[in-house]
Design a protein around this ligand. Structure first.
Ligand code: FEA
Length: 141
């Protein structure tokens, strides 16, 4: 599993797909945004990086909303717990964005942010998001 994390995350459909095209497409956008931050990590272009970080924060909110709607429509019993995880992530991502926009050692903040985002996204998709996929597939069986 770790082999997919070199410097960037590589989308592996057989591993990451949750079986819902709209959500897979959104996850791919999140992967691209995280890879863009990773790529620009050492750049001095703080405004550009800040823009990507803020785009990610906004996009992830939309993604969580759409995903929660889908889970609700399928009657997924784990929705409450899943929502809590989304809320926690949202809060931490906003804290990072806030920290990054303030004076200080941005390189360190960015390093921590990228590490956190990569770890979180991969484990969340593979464990939490896959749980509603399994539920849906069992239901359709
Ligand atoms: Fe449950 Fe989807 O959320 N993937 N992310 N982030």
């Amino acid at each position: 599993m770790i082999t997919i994390i070199k410097d960037r995350i590589e989308w592996d459909h057989s591993l990451f797909s949750v079986g819902i095209e709209k959500i897979d497409d959104q996850h791919k956008v999140l992967v691209q945004l995280i890879n863009s931050i990773q790529l620009k990590k050492n750049s001095k272009d703080k405004d550009f990086i800040e823009k990507i970080v803020n785009t990610l924060v906004v996009y992830v909110e939309k993604h969580f909303h759409d995903e929660e709607q889908i889970m609700q429509n399928m009657g997924f019993p784990g929705l409450g717990k899943h929502k809590e995880k989304h809320g926690k992530f949202d809060q931490i991502a906003r804290e990072f964005a806030q920290k990054f926009s303030q004076p200080g050692d941005q390189a360190v903040v960015l390093e921590q942010l990228v590490a956190y985002l990569k770890k979180w996204l991969i484990s969340h998709i593979l464990v939490e998001d896959k749980a509603y996929k399994d539920y849906l597939f069992r239901k359709l069986d």
